[in-house]
Design a protein. Structure first.
Length: 250
């Protein structure tokens, strides 16, 4: 079934600028819409529709940084018919409006990202610590002294501002503080710190990883340890949508 889901994911990526439906996807892989939707979410971590939208937003990010097209034109080019809906959803998953995102290269030229920890909303809440291991392929992709971002998200997708997050320092371990009770996904993304702003905001190669299972934070504050291994993501994988560098440019 795994190869079927990979085929489905590639189909969505290749046709992300077209009005693809779940039935189109089901016809492509030869399964019922219900079966392919359920299996897709199990393997990929999100429904096909959300996966398709993620790649549309990633393309929108690329277009915002590479040209001067109007937001409404980019909206239409990536498959959205309403600029209002496009903008609202862009803010939700990226953390900034399209116009703000377009300005980021100038903003980051003045305020470079640096190691920082963005606490969660629970005062004196749970503390999560751990280390991040990069595979040889990941190390080759991001080069020396990569910018390694660690965040807690409510879903298995790096979309929207994390519950708590950090840009790791050179010591190689992370600490997330004031984490509230709940079930969260611990996600990690490494960026080539020596790239220019566009290269960090929309990297050509994604180096990502996640804890093997959700982090269950109890009601009573405690200390948890979670280590994460990261690797080069497949070309059909879900993109990291949240704009990470500005979270550390404070």
């Amino acid at each position: 079934m795994y190869l079927t889901i990979v085929s489905a994911a590639r189909f969505l990526v290749e046709h992300s600028d077209e009005p693809v439906t779940l039935h189109d996807l089901a016809d492509h892989v030869g399964y019922s819409p219900f079966h392919v939707a359920r299996s897709f979410e199990k393997f990929v971590g999100m429904p096909p529709g959300q996966f398709l939208a993620a790649h549309r937003f990633q393309r929108a990010k690329q277009m915002l940084l590479s040209g001067e097209d109007k937001v409404v034109d980019i909206c239409n080019a990536v498959g959205f018919s309403s600029v209002g809906t496009f903008t609202t959803r862009f803010v939700k998953v990226v953390g900034l409006s399209p116009t703000e995102f377009r300005r980021l290269p100038h903003t980051l030229a003045e305020r470079k990202p640096r190691p920082v920890s963005n606490r969660g909303p629970a005062r004196d809440g749970t503390v999560i610590t751990g280390s991040v291991h990069l595979s040889p392929a990941a190390e080759a992709a991001v080069g020396l002294e990569p910018a390694v971002y660690v965040g807690l998200f409510r879903r298995r997708a790096a979309q929207g501002v994390p519950i708590a997050g950090t840009l790791m320092g050179p010591e190689g371990y992370f600490i997330l503080m004031d984490v509230p009770p709940g079930a969260f996904w611990l996600l990690v993304s490494a960026l080539p710190s020596r790239e220019d702003a566009p290269g960090q905001l929309v990297p050509a190669t994604q180096v990502v990883g996640a804890a093997t299972r959700p982090v269950l934070v109890p009601a009573r504050p405690t200390s948890l340890v979670r280590d994460v291994s990261i690797d080069v993501a497949p070309d059909w994988g879900a993109p990291v949508l949240v704009a990470l560098p500005p979270l550390a440019a404070v």
